[in-house]
Ligand binder design. Structure first.
Ligand code: UTP
Length: 410
């Protein structure tokens, strides 16, 4: 562990000496806890904060990317299904559930997957997802290795919940948890917030680090030994998420492409979803706020939106490529959020307004590191029911409605 004077030096480099303000008053144990935290936290993200008001990095030139549409997929159903089932049976596919987020918009204190979406019975989000995965187990006769990314904030509660609920009927030997990295949260002036006198306020560093965190957790050997070639990465908060979907896996394999992304037709030009397209000839996701009015409304000869396919956070990555780009730096996204912090009187406060920034890398930025990506259209009402907010758009209400439409008893 680093010494006090080493910690002073590290912090001075980033103008964060206030972290040690209470050091002399701390117990030996608390002192060590703080020094360890300083040693393990990657403060280099603070460099990005300095440049947050710079002109955004210039993006390349965009072009639409065609998708295999729902109709195309139907025509090739037998071929895709066969290829996907074969890959799953041969143990070539695994899945990674991204469940390290804090779900601040939903305002639920426990991990989002524990949220009960049922009405007359208990049906939590984790169970909805595992039920969908069990459909694939039934079809293929094969359990699929499921890695679950948690954060230090929610790991214990998540793992205990899976234990208590008997892994929702999944074979527990196929479920592995790993913990993602944390990043410091700063106030509006870029000073790291404190959670207590001996702890910086840290938050999960976004879903972009899923592969490096899996590697650090020591699972790469297992992935290689088991011959896993494809990893399906998906968000925990879509209750209609189809996981390790054999058709999707089969379509990507048959296409010979390096990766795949499920997409849906945008509901309107202004829908707030990232769009899968080409940037300088390579696959890329452009966020809704990065699109110009012209891009948003451009139409093709058939009168349809040219940039019409939005991503739903369900990707298929190739393991060899993920290893190759493991050390490539992903861009840091700086998000203004409400961050609980210790005030000058030493009291922990939960602010009502956004009071600082969090630093995140995003899995969608991995798409631009791929040579190719199959854009795979799915039927929106069957596969996309995100739970982001308590009410309104992408909410508990809208997700319940969609679950019912799909025959799930609530
Ligand atoms: P969101 O970007 O919607 O973030 O996550 P969130 O933390 O769940 O919710 P808000 O923004 O605070 O309301 C998309 C997916 O990525 C995961 C989430 O668990 C969700 O499945 N995620 C997000 C992580 O695994 N780690 C993170 O650090 C952030």
């Amino acid at each position: 562990m680093i010494t006090y004077s080493e910690a002073v030096k590290i912090l001075a480099d980033y103008g964060q000496e206030h972290i040690l303000r209470y050091y002399d008053e701390l117990s030996e144990e608390e002192k060590n806890e703080l020094l360890r935290q300083i040693e393990l936290t990657d403060l280099s993200v603070l460099e990005d904060f300095k440049h947050r008001n710079d002109e955004p990095g210039k993006r390349g030139s965009f072009e639409p990317l065609d998708a295999v549409t729902v109709d195309d997929i139907e025509k090739n159903r037998n071929e895709y299904l066969k290829a996907g089932i074969e890959a799953i049976k041969a143990g070539k596919a695994a899945a990674v559930m991204l469940a390290g987020g804090q779900g601040t918009r939903l305002g639920f204190d426990s991990p989002k997957g524990m949220f009960n979406i049922g009405e007359s019975r208990e049906l939590c989000i984790f169970q909805c997802q595992i039920n969908n995965l069990l459909d694939v187990v039934k079809l293929t006769g094969t359990f699929i290795l499921l890695y679950i990314m948690t954060s230090e904030k929610n790991n214990d509660e998540t793992t205990a919940f899976f234990e208590k609920n008997n892994y929702f009927g999944y074979d527990s030997s196929y479920v592995k948890f790993f913990i993602q990295d944390m990043a410091p949260s700063v106030d509006l002036n870029g000073k790291i917030l404190m959670e207590s006198r001996s702890k910086m306020a840290l938050s999960p560093n976004g879903n972009g680090g899923w592969f490096s965190s899996i590697v650090r957790a020591g699972f790469l050997n297992e992935i290689h030994e088991k011959g896993i070639e494809w990893i399906n990465v998906f968000a925990v908060d879509n209750v209609l998420q189809r996981i390790a979907d054999p058709m999707f896996i089969g379509a990507v394999i048959s296409s010979g492409m390096q990766s795949g992304s499920k997409v849906v037709k945008k509901a309107s030009p202004d829908e707030r979803v990232g769009v899968l397209c080409l940037e300088n000839g390579k696959p890329s996701i452009v966020e809704y706020y990065e699109m110009t009015e012209e891009m948003r409304t451009l139409t093709n000869e058939s009168g349809e939106l040219s940039y019409k396919f939005g991503v739903i956070l369900n990707y298929l990555f190739n393991v060899s490529k993920a290893v190759e780009i493991l050390n490539n730096k992903l861009p840091i996204h700086i998000a203004k959020k409400k961050i609980p912090y210790m005030n000058d009187k030493g009291v922990l406060v939960s602010p009502d307004e956004a009071n600082g920034y969090k630093f995140e890398t995003l899995v969608l930025d991995m798409i631009h590191m791929q040579d190719s990506c199959l854009s795979y259209e799915v039927v929106r009402n069957r596969e996309f029911a995100p739970v982001k907010n308590a009410i309104g758009t992408d909410s508990v209400e809208s997700a319940r409605e969609l679950l019912k439409q799909n025959g799930v008893k609530l």
